[in-house]
Design a protein around this ligand. Structure first.
Ligand SMILES: [Fe+2]
Ligand SMILES: [Fe+2]
Length: 354
């Protein structure tokens, strides 16, 4: 305790020294932020949050342990099964997943742990941009699904008719459209600056001479984006604590909810192997990275070879998170027998005209 008090005092005196030297530019502000996060980590050392023990000094193995703990907590087989079994009831009585309240006044940059705060907020900004064009995503999904499975189309994209336009908003869209505002609010809370997202480009519905395969590939692309969002939010949660981590947990739980539903629905509807589904989704994720390099505000900078090399430990952590999520989904998938899926959704839909 003596050591911690001493370290906090040293951090405080260093902060005062920076201010007195007059270096109050953005570099000095980030240095101050860094000192603040170091002081907070010393203060929090030994305490627990949603990812387990808060590391006094962040290490690669320590961060991995936090990621594993988060996967166990938020992507347990029970949670995934519960989220999938909720889908049939969404068809009969649509309902949004309730959020726990976020105490925004308590969110601050000192809750970023074991990582350059600049990188953390850059990732938040990119996530806000990727989440932004939700209406376009929902319309795209509705276009693919409405002839194949009208109830799933309703859940994702709401009711729509060519004559009268949009009648209602789908539950998936309602849940997703909360995410960009939350990311922007986090950005503002962490930096004091307003972030104006440059929305992601949406490819939109593409005509195909094999409509059934087009629906399958579209579901796989939804799986890949939900999977990517989960991995990134888990990683952000491993590098945060307190109310900041609690806020990201709300987004994460929405994405887990969506991944379980898209994954299980696709397995029921097409009966293709789990590995085949992963294969298509991995291809989509690689295409997404390429797309975002050109499309994101910080994409060129964040994905430049120099930046990739300098952030290698962070990339390894993110890669580890993707794999850990994949392993958990694969373990859960073993419980998705056709008889269980039939119990949830009824007979195979391939007889339905597409
Ligand atoms: Fe989202
Ligand atoms: Fe989602």
């Amino acid at each position: 305790m003596h050591f911690r008090s001493l370290a906090l005092t040293v951090a405080f005196l260093r902060a005062i020294a920076f201010i007195r030297r007059g270096f109050w530019g953005s570099t000095a502000r980030m240095q101050l932020l860094w000192i603040g996060t170091q002081a907070m980590q010393l203060f929090l050392k030994g305490s627990e949050d949603l990812a387990g023990r808060v590391q006094g000094k962040a290490t690669y193995l320590g961060t991995r342990a936090r990621i594993v703990r988060l996967v166990d907590r938020f992507l347990s087989v029970d949670v995934l099964s519960d989220r999938l079994s909720d889908l049939p009831s969404q068809f009969s009585s649509p309902h949004q997943r309730p959020w726990e309240p976020i105490d925004w006044k308590q969110v601050n940059a000192a809750q970023i742990i074991g990582i350059d705060p600049n990188l953390f907020v850059q990732i938040i900004g990119s996530a806000a941009e990727i989440e932004a064009p939700i209406r376009g995503y929902a319309q795209e999904s509705w276009d693919y699904l409405h002839r194949f499975h009208p109830q799933m189309a309703l859940f994702v994209g709401g009711e729509f008719s060519a004559e009268t336009g949009r009648q209602s908003v789908g539950i998936w869209e309602k849940e997703e459209r909360q995410h960009t505002p939350v990311m922007r609010k986090l950005y503002r809370q962490l930096t004091g600056q307003t972030f104006q997202p440059k929305p992601n480009a949406v490819e939109g519905y593409q005509e195909s001479n094999n409509p059934s395969d087009a629906v399958y590939r579209h579901l796989c692309s939804r799986i890949s984006t939900e999977w990517s969002a989960i991995a990134v939010y888990l990683w952000l949660m491993a590098h945060s604590t307190g109310e900041l981590q609690q806020a990201i947990a709300q987004l994460l739980q929405d994405e887990v909810n969506h991944l379980a539903k898209f994954w299980g629905f696709s397995r029921w509807a097409f009966g293709r192997s789990s590995l085949g589904q992963f294969g298509v989704a991995v291809g989509d994720i690689l295409a997404l990275v390429k797309h975002h390099k050109g499309d994101r505000t910080n994409g060129q900078e964040m994905l430049s070879p120099r930046q990739i090399l300098s952030q290698l430990p962070r990339l390894l952590e993110i890669g580890f998170t993707f794999v850990r999520v994949m392993i958990r989904i694969h373990a859960w998938d073993k419980e998705l027998s056709y008889s269980y899926l039939k119990h949830l959704f009824g007979s195979h839909p391939m007889a339905i005209a597409v």
